[in-house]
Structure formats: structure tokens, C-alpha cells
Design a protein around this ligand. Structure first.
Ligand code: SF4
Length: 351
């Protein structure tokens, strides 16, 4: 059962409450390299990223934020560690949200300074605890970043915000271990009424990292936990956005872009189905519409899946039958199959 959280506004994007799960990513450029950062954010926007975070590690990064904000269409978040003064500068530059890790900001008064300025400027703050950067005192007590240690760290940080009557908060406590992250979020979801940002941090390269993220985030989302998501991959950040929507689409929580259904191939297949599927997947990238496209190897499951999808092909020996909206359209030779499938798609969708 989903527990609705209070709504937090990050620029024009609302998270929490009944709002859709928001997809975010993080730039991988030096933020002070304004041109490259803007280009990367525009690529992320085109892929469907709804809010974007960037590392602010020095004054030059902080002073680049207002220019970046003016040049992009989605809300921007400054990611701050260690130096509370950078958070103050980022707020002054007009960012839509800041993320701080109270565990490494230091004394409480520094966090309080950030809270005061965020309050005056109506800027939300994410309390972003990470298993890899817990305060020394907590690590000393627990010896390892256990779920208990992470929850205690979030609670300690949240107390400072609550004491200052600041409720414009999002909470995250991502870890690299899937089971520990699940345990932590189950507790936080019960404890707090603030929206939760979820994900598995440092998940890895796209294939394994995508699987690990899908397991971790998928379990949480399916339990109704999570208001915004980032898939942390060692890759082009556009892959993070693509992976996030795959997870959300799979759970029926969003409907974003095309979904490819393709069979795993077996001894009954009489076409080069892997090649056909790869070509279909590549050509589908330019479509924004939510639609299901099935690419199936034979008559066993082919016609059934192809009919259920919005568009599909069910192959036979060197041929395929094209389906659209549940109806058989025509029989086509393997060599022409992909081109004709896309002619049919284009006749039926406004992209
Ligand atoms: S659809 Fe046909 S070829 Fe593909 S896996 Fe199923 S039985 Fe095999």
C-alpha cells in the first residue's frame, strides 16, 4: 500500500503525493565547463530526464549554476558535500533544489545556516545520506555502514531540519548493497512523511548495474516506496534515464516511450531474429510515444504476442507477418520486415 508523502516542488516539478515517480539523473561533466554541462543536460532532457543534479565542488562550479539554469528546460539541483558555503552560493545562484550530505557537512550550525538560506529562498533540500560517507561517530558505533547505522544517520540529520521547522525536504539513503538498501527504505518509509528519492548507488556498469538497480528499485517501487528515482550507472547518463523508464514502464508506474517485446529464440526460429530485434530497437529510439512492439520468432507464441502488442511481427521460414492494433496486416519477406514494420508504425502513430 503506497503511503502518500507530502508534496515538494522542485521548480515546476512536483514530487510526492499522487504525482508520478520522477526520473532524475546527474551530469558527469565538470559543472564549471558550462558548455559541456548544458549539452549533457539537453541530451538528458531529450531522453526524458525530469530533474538533473550536478556536482558543485568549488566556487567556479557554484558560479556557473545560474547560467546553466537559464539554458536548460528542467529544474537543476546542486550536489554539495563537505563545504556548506557552496550550498549557500548555489542557493544564491537560483538552483531549484540542493542535495547535502549532512554526514560530511560538519557541525550542526553549518547545516543550520544552509537551512536558513533555503527557507528564505523557498528552496527544497534533499538529505542525501550514502552508505559510503556516514559520519565518523556513527561508523565508530556500528563499525560498518549497516542499515541501522544508515537509519540513525538520517534521523540525526532530519532532527536538525525538524528543529528548524523546515519541512521542504526529500530524503534518500542509498547504498550499494541491495538488501541493506531495501531494509533502510522500509524503515524510512514508515518513519517519514517526506518524499523519498530511491536507487541503488554505485550500481556498476550498465548491464550488471541495470539488473541490480532493477531489483533494488523495483522491489521498493512495487511496495509503493519511492517518489523519485535515479539509476546510478558507470556510463553515459542518458543510459540512467533509459534504465529508469524501463523499470517504471515494467511496473506500470509510467508510460514512457516504446517497449520492445522480443522472444529469446529457440530451435523453431527460421529467421535471424536477434538482428531483426536489434534493428527494431535501434529504430524505436526516435519514437516518444508509449507503445508495445513485439518481435517474435515463430508461430508458437508469435501471433499471440504480436496481436496483443500495438505492433508486432510473427516470423516463419524467411518471412514475417506484421500485426497492427491486434490485426494481421501483411506477410513480408525477412529482408523487408523491419522497413515495412516501421512504415506501418508511422501510418498509425503521431510522433
Ligand atoms: S516464439 Fe518461437 S522461436 Fe521464439 S522462443 Fe518462442 S517458440 Fe522459440
Amino acid at each position: 500500500m503506497r503511503r502518500l508523502k507530502r508534496v515538494v516542488e522542485i521548480g515546476k516539478v512536483k514530487i510526492g503525493g499522487n504525482n508520478p515517480i520522477v526520473v532524475q539523473s546527474m551530469t558527469k561533466t565538470k559543472t564549471r565547463d558550462i558548455k559541456r554541462t548544458i549539452n549533457q543536460i539537453r541530451r538528458l532532457q531529450n531522453a526524458g530526464c525530469e530533474i538533473v543534479r550536478m556536482a558543485v565542488v568549488n566556487k567556479d562550479d557554484a558560479l556557473s549554476l545560474s547560467c546553466i539554469k537559464k539554458s536548460v528546460a528542467i529544474p537543476i539541483i546542486a550536489d554539495i558535500h563537505f563545504d556548506y558555503r557552496l550550498a549557500l552560493k548555489a542557493i544564491g545562484e537560483g538552483v531549484d533544489k540542493i542535495r547535502i550530505n549532512p554526514g560530511n557537512i560538519g557541525e550542526k550550525w553549518k547545516v543550520t545556516e544552509v537551512i536558513k538560506m533555503a527557507k528564505d529562498n523557498n528552496v527544497p533540500i534533499r538529505i542525501g545520506v550514502n552508505s559510503g560517507s556516514l559520519p565518523k561517530s556513527i561508523l565508530k558505533k556500528y563499525r560498518h555502514p549497516t542499515p541501522g547505522a544508515i537509519v540513525e544517520s538520517v534521523n540525526d540529520a532530519a532532527k536538525i531540519f525538524i528543529k528548524n521547522r523546515f519541512n521542504n525536504i526529500v530524503i534518500s539513503a542509498k547504498g550499494a548493497d541491495v538488501k541493506d538498501t531495501l531494509s533502510v527504505y522500509k524503515v524510512l518509509n514508515k518513519q517519514f512523511n517526506y518524499p523519498l528519492h530511491i536507487g541503488i548507488t554505485e550500481a556498476g556498469l550498465p548491464f550488471r548495474g541495470g539488473i541490480k538497480s532493477a531489483v533494488g528499485s523495483g522491489v521498493l517501487l512495487n511496495a509503493g516506496i519511492g517518489d523519485t528515482i535515479r539509476i546510478s550507472l558507470t556510463s553515459d547518463p542518458v543510459m540512467e534515464v533509459v534504465a529508469a523508464y524501463e523499470i517504471l514502464n515494467a511496473l506500470g508506474l509510467r508510460q514512457h516511450g516504446p517497449i520492445l517485446i522480443s522472444c529469446p529464440i529457440c530451435g523453431r526460429c527460421e529467421v535471424n531474429l536477434a538482428r531483426i530485434a536489434r534493428r527494431v530497437e535501434s529504430r524505436l529510439k526516435k519514437y516518444k510515444n508509449f507503445m508495445k512492439v513485439a518481435v517474435m520468432g515463430c508461430v508458437v507464441n508469435g501471433p499471440g504476442e504480436a496481436r496483443e502488442a500495438d505492433f508486432g511481427v510473427a516470423c516463419g521460414k524467411g518471412v514475417g507477418i506484421i500485426f497492427a492494433k491486434g490485426k494481421e496486416i501483411r506477410r513480408v519477406r525477412e529482408t523487408k520486415l523491419v522497413d515495412i514494420l516501421f512504415e506501418v508504425i508511422d501510418e498509425n502513430v503521431d510522433n
